[in-house]
Design a protein around this ligand. Structure first.
Ligand code: SAM
Ligand code: SF4
Length: 328
């Protein structure tokens, strides 16, 4: 088993399959994009599957694929199939911007994908295009509906809340759960290597943070009722609108962090193990994998340096990578 020095068992591996994306969300990457990694420094699907196999033998039960935009990498259903056939893996999820879901959702479900999280910060097409620097809300919406029809459930919608950008439509977004069995989850924005301005018409990024308690205050009129926590809800605290079919969740990495319960390890697209999203600590894995060396000692080393918690409160921010290079 992979247990860190603070007694946390690692059961969840979050794998970034690419650092490329078909969107350029303001909070995730700079407008000019990021320097692309050379093709051969990105892990091949067989290599990712091998890491999953070793991790699963040590107690990892859940894998989540992320990016960049995971569906921007060709052949993702093939990777999903390899992972879903790995002994020990009980759950595979995908975090996507939804732009290519209409095309891929049926093949993903068929390959063994269980559920998806779609990042959607607004229900207004123009605002959506500005936040994502060019995305089409209509396309994403059709993708979500295709995923639902393909049986991927529950559909989780991740909303990064930004004061002065989308904080005027939180009630409307939460109300999506009245008629639909979706989970709408509000997430505090994280300051990850993203200190530049976002462009014309946007507030200073430093002023966009809204805590979960402020967000909940805005939703007070909905009289949310707490729900029992189900497995697979991760760090979200879940509620429901009375009589609603879905759930409303809150994820507070900053104001009320859940580091004490963190069961995660991350694998970057270029083959580094990252024990904490919000710390620059990483252990390279890909060179050893390509030399045919055993991977378990490297996984153990990464788990061994997993920090107790993030240090944002003391102004220690990760500086090395943008969110698009980590995977959220
Ligand atoms: N492209 C996919 C997507 O957008 O869902 C997967 C990768 S994206 C980096 C993963 C998640 O990180 C998304 O839900 C995105 O909203 C979130 N994210 C990116 N930058 C963030 C930030 N600065 N603060 C909070 N969440 C962020
Ligand atoms: Fe791309 Fe996802 Fe980052 Fe947006 S949040 S730029 S969709 S990786």
């Amino acid at each position: 088993m992979l247990i860190d020095q603070f007694g946390r068992q690692i059961t969840y591996l979050r794998v970034s399959v690419t650092d490329r994306c078909n969107f350029r969300c303001v909070y995730c990457m700079p407008p000019e994009g990021i320097e692309r990694q050379p093709h051969d420094s990105i892990m091949r699907y067989e290599e990712i599957a091998e890491v999953v196999r070793v991790a699963a033998a040590e107690g990892v039960r859940e894998v989540r694929l992320t990016g960049g935009e995971p569906l921007a990498r060709l052949g993702l259903p093939g990777l999903v199939r390899m992972i879903s056939e790995t002994p020990g893996i009980e759950d595979i999820g995908l975090t996507t911007n939804g732009a290519l879901l209409e095309q891929y959702a049926p093949a993903l479900a068929e390959a063994g994908l269980k559920r998806i999280n779609v990042s959607l910060d607004t229900l207004r097409p123009e605002r959506f295009a500005r936040i994502t620097r060019g995305g089409s809300l209509d396309t994403v919406w059709r993708g979500i509906e295709t995923a639902e029809a393909a049986g991927l459930a529950p559909i989780k919608i991740n909303v990064v809340v930004m004061r002065g950008v989308n904080d005027d439509e939180l009630v409307e977004m939460a109300r999506l759960t009245v008629e639909r069995a979706w989970h709408v989850r509000f997430i505090e924005i994280m300051p990850v290597n993203n200190q530049q301005t976002w462009g014309e018409g946007f507030p200073d990024p430093a002023n966009t943070f809204m805590s979960i308690s402020e967000i909940q205050e805005q939703l007070r009129g909905l009289e949310l009722e707490p729900c029992e926590k189900k497995s697979g809800s991760g760090p979200a605290r879940e509620f429901a609108i009375p009589g609603g079919k879905g759930r409303v969740g809150f994820i507070s990495p900053i104001s009320d962090h859940f580091c004490g319960e963190c069961n995660r390890l991350r694998l970057t697209a270029d083959g580094n193990l990252r024990p904490c999203l919000l710390s620059d600590l990483e252990i390279p894995l890909l060179p050893a994998l390509r030399r045919g060396e055993p991977l378990l000692p490297i996984l153990q080393q990464a788990v061994g340096i997993k920090p107790l918690g993030h240090e944002l409160a003391h102004n220690h921010r990760p500086e090395g990578r943008c969110m698009i290079q980590i995977g959220g």
